[in-house]
Write a protein that binds this ligand. Sequence first.
Ligand SMILES: NC(=O)c1ccc[n+]([C@@H]2O[C@H](COP(=O)([O-])OP(=O)(O)OC[C@H]3O[C@@H](n4cnc5c(N)ncnc54)[C@H](O)[C@@H]3O)[C@@H](O)[C@H]2O)c1
Ligand SMILES: [Zn+2]
Length: 346
Amino acid sequence: MEIVNVFDRYNVYIGSGILGNINGIINLDNFSKVIVITDENIPANYLKQFEKITVPPGEKSKNIETVKLIWEKMLELGCDRKSLIINLGGGVIGDMGGFAASCYMRGVKFLQVSTTLLSSVDASVGGKVGIDFNGVKNLIGTFNQPIGVVIDIDTFNSLSDREFISGFAEIIKHGIIADTEYFKNVTSKKPGEFSKEELIEIIKRSCEIKAQIISDDEKEAGNRKLLNFGHTVGHAIEGISLETDDPLLHGEAVSIGMVAEAKISKELGLIDGVTAEKIKESLMFVGLPVSYSVEDFEKFSSLIGKDKKTESGKIRWTLVKGFGEAAINQEVPEDVIKKSLAYISQ
Ligand SMILES: NC(=O)c1ccc[n+]([C@@H]2O[C@H](COP(=O)([O-])OP(=O)(O)OC[C@H]3O[C@@H](n4cnc5c(N)ncnc54)[C@H](O)[C@@H]3O)[C@@H](O)[C@H]2O)c1
Ligand SMILES: [Zn+2]
């Protein structure tokens, strides 16, 4: 088992077959009650020793109505301030369950048990919890740290290839913004070709990069914004696609977002054309989508304007300056944004 420490406050435990021994990893004795929040797609035999609240799966459930159901159920099950909530699932369950726990009785402790690759390398670490609201991703939420994160890679066995590959978008992002060698390593093979040991190492490195970046910026005043690369365009097209019959997965939207934002970085002279192409080719190689046709620019514009990355009415972009380096708080003229959308529409 590998361990990564976050904020000197809690650990991320990464291993194979470790979920069956959760009591050996996290001391659960001091809680009045342990309740698991999960979704219908997560195999029912995980953590079956605990009472469960099971909600419908997917981004479409990540809203206040589902949180209300969770709170009602918590009350019904007798959850008090000394209870522990275990969020067993992907980023949706982690974000929403963490948010529900943060507000219930002014906050009960929670543990993240991540069952998707995407949430393991990103969502489960760092304490951002929340829900979508009125079509805007993650609009309502708080910063609240879990007591720990448990990642058992064996739980990924029931993930579809599409879900698994989606996680590589955030992994590749970590390489692009912080570690060239890591970028080369994680794009050297197809996602399915990494061994279990290699996968554990990859998750560990991504958690380390994220933990390092957020270590002095828990509430995103500065450096934490580095992690937003690909997410300004990404969140907007994710929001648009959620209203269609063919919604993008978060990682897929981020992949397309990174292609658009690499193009913007190139147009603004931060990187050369070869680097922008390399980013796009690598994402294609691992099997991620790199194109999306934005038909309604007004709608897109309004979505990027409502994103939390906006300050004083100005959108602050995180762009790349080359492999292993990114720049926060960049402004981008509208014609350059339009060029990047034309680029990803091909
Ligand atoms: N808090 C953060 O810092 C942060 C960072 C990145 C992403 N996120 C959020 O994370 C979410 C995306 O996370 P995700 O990709 O894990 O989505 P998800 O939680 O919706 O999981 C993806 C799908 O896989 C299913 N699933 C999960 N684990 C499974 C398993 N072991 N076997 C079979 N099916 C399983 C889920 O039911 C769902 O249908 C987004 O809402 C995004 O905003 C948050
Ligand atoms: Zn993301």
